[in-house]
Design a protein. Sequence first.
Length: 310
Amino acid sequence: MTHFIPSRRHMFIGAGALTLTALAGCKPAPATAPETKAKTVLDSWPLGVQLYTVNAELAKDIPGTLKAIKAAGYDVVETAGTQGKTAAEYKAMIEAAGLKIRSAHTNMPKLIENADREIAEALALGAEWLVAASPQTPGPLPAGLDWISAMTQAMTADAWKMNAEYMAAIAPAVKKAGLKFAYHNHAMEFKDLGGGQTGYDILMAAAPAEQLRAELDLGWVAVGGADVVAAMKKYADRLDLLHVKDMIKDAAIPGGFRSTEIGKGMIDWKPVFAAAQELGVKNYFIEQEPPYLKPVMESLAESRAYIAAL
């Protein structure tokens, strides 16, 4: 193919033509601005699920349950144990279903007992995050109470400070291993211990932000009496992960609250996700806890449909 190479004469003629066009007042047509579309929640983050939601189903059929989660439109998961499998076996099963492990849950008693073991399991799962929940209590829980009420009673300011001391030692070890470390709340973390200070405040002060991050469970934040968006903004410098959980009052449930499908409970989700965009939240996991009023996969499909419409 022969390519035309302009001579200097052609170039001057072309330049002169352009100048005359400009002098004649001829303006090029304005460029059409590309149509912008607001990002939906599903455009902004991969859809995640906390596998505790389907714990009973996993106990019966791990591969089938994981495939059902993928078919329901979920992409990433947060583990809660390994269902009796080794971490490598469980990871392989999750990945075979087309899912990706983003984080692994443990609890403070397990970390206090053997942090190296919990870190090793998270690494073997291929997780990016190790997330701790459920503090170590100073003694047996009060009898005759549901778990949340008993924990709220047991966890005094001194009990939270004890956990913070352990966390101060654990957090740098998790970071050194190449994982990110976060703490997940229930309701008791938001009890006012005096002067507006909460257990979550005490824990978050245990280590610098580069070592200790926040995973806010918004359903439990609401049950704890805090405003969910205000809580997100309060811990904005540490907030990376969310548990998207809705709660509804139910006098038949110990503690008075029941987990429900997203959009059917007490939380207004539009401002939550607007704040999540603003604050740079990295991921969220839908979680629903038993008792369920319908098959749990139906509930997960309903929650996804609600999220997709935001």
